[in-house]
Design a protein around this ligand. Structure first.
Ligand code: RNT
Ligand code: ZN
Length: 417
């Protein structure tokens, strides 16, 4: 078989560069990626309030076949996971609880997530969780946890506390820590004159929220910053500096969203800087095009550089990978697959880097040789190893998986009206 031959040859070529392909694929097979439930339905959720997506984020497109309820969304996730190799996790958003009737955000309970928990148990999946501070009348002023209106601020503190309680419940029931991520849209469109005031209020809210302690085995907490959003162009309360400082002081973790920085800023470079002071962090794998557009990740320089740093820092077990994007202009299930597989392929390419040789060149001061080798490494036979990995994992190759999606679209998605 050609694929086997190609793999054998690839193994020999990589060996000449001091790289063990079996070790690399073994590590890749153990690394899970958390799939964002919200890619499935354009961040709509199950509250059924009819409120449009707010918070300065945006899903554009109107591709047919959107799931209409939890069962259909889970079906779509199962289809996606069957075409992405490896173990999986699913990342929930609080608004995806199964509520019978009207339940407000300050009333959410663990039982609203029992449907997800039973499903995850059955499919052997871990779950992660995000509290949701957008698409709600109480966030219409543009402020939630940093609101100067005490009623609004307390409403969202209650939501956050409940979300952490739900996360800890999920982590306990599934016997794998649930990562609770907190991202708020708070900020201002134009020049703010009380930057300190809002950040002081956010500090107060966080102090109240994280005062409740849970076992690390059930819950891990990440704080997600942002540079700007639609309507918060001039000021974002929860900036990178704010959360990094807060998290370090309070033994919490940060979430680095790849779309939340200046477009020329290197996300990869942040990892060694943060991981020397913080035990773990979460990455939101996303692709910003001109702004935080949440495009589907592809194997581009930013993703490759980031995964290279995860591997070079020897931090595969300290960097949690979660996808974060929402594209409604293409088949939504395929969007998960393209982004998930791109993340894994970039990771595999990093695991296959001739690191020892590069390091030797660097330490010998041979920067010319280092640059030449970095370029040479780009054309090594990654595809042959990736295809073998997919086959070993019982998942179709890049060339084949779209056939499955075409069938799924015809038999399942196109029947939803
Ligand atoms: C928004 C953040 C956040 C959201 C999700 C839906 O800019 O990236 O992570 O994408 O909570
Ligand atoms: Zn994010």
């Amino acid at each position: 078989m050609n694929a086997e031959k190609a793999y054998d040859l690839a193994g020999k070529i990589y060996a000449e560069f001091g790289v063990d392909v079996e070790q690399a694929t073994k590590k890749l097979a153990e690394k899970s990626i958390s799939l964002q439930c919200w890619q499935g339905d354009d961040v709509a959720g199950f509250e059924k309030t009819g409120i449009a997506l707010t918070g300065g984020i945006m899903a554009t497109g109107n591709y047919p076949g959107k799931p209409r309820n939890a069962a259909e969304l889970r079906g779509d996730l199962e289809e996606a996971m069957s075409l992405i190799p490896g173990p999986h996790r699913v990342n929930l958003q609080a608004i995806y609880g199964e509520f019978n009737g009207k339940v407000d955000r300050d009333e959410f309970e663990p039982e609203h997530f029992d449907g997800w928990v039973s499903w995850a148990k059955d499919k052997n999946l871990g779950l992660d969780f995000n509290s949701t501070y957008f698409s709600h009348p109480q966030s219409d002023t543009g402020f939630t946890l940093s609101s100067k209106d005490e009623g609004t601020r307390c409403f969202w503190v209650e939501h956050a506390k409940r979300s952490r309680r739900i996360s800890a419940y999920i982590g306990k029931r599934l016997d794998t820590p649930c990562i609770h991520d907190l991202w708020i849209p708070d900020g201002m469109k134009d020049s703010c004159v009380d930057r300190m005031g809002y950040r002081r209020l956010l500090t107060k809210s966080l102090d109240e929220i994280y005062a409740e302690k849970y076992p690390q085995g059930h819950l891990k907490d990440t704080l997600e910053s942002k540079l700007f959003g639609l309507g918060s162009e001039c000021y974002v309360v929860g900036s990178h500096d704010f959360y990094l400082a807060y998290a370090l002081k309070h033994s919490l973790l940060v979430c680095i969203d790849m779309g939340h920085y200046h477009p020329t800023e290197s996300i990869g470079d942040k990892l060694s800087a943060i991981l020397l002071q913080m035990p773990e962090l979460m990455l939101h794998v996303s692709r910003g095009v001109r702004w935080d557009s949440d495009h589907v990740p592809v194997v581009d320089d930013q993703l490759r550089d980031t995964m290279l740093e995860v591997v070079r820092c020897d931090a595969l077990d300290r960097v949690h990978l979660a996808l974060d994007y929402f594209d409604a202009s293409i088949n939504r299930v395929a969007a998960w697959i393209v982004g998930g597989r791109a993340t894994q392929k970039a990771l595999l390419s990093a695991l296959l880097e001739p690191h020892k040789m590069l390091l030797e060149a660097e330490e010998a001061g041979d920067y010319t040789g280092r640059l030449a080798l970095l370029e040479e490494a780009k054309a090594l036979p990654l595809g042959a190893v990736w295809n073998k990995f997919c086959a070993d994992q019982g998942v179709p190759s890049d060339h084949e998986w779209m056939n499955e999606i075409r069938k799924y679209e015809k038999n399942v998605q196109s029947k939803r009206h």
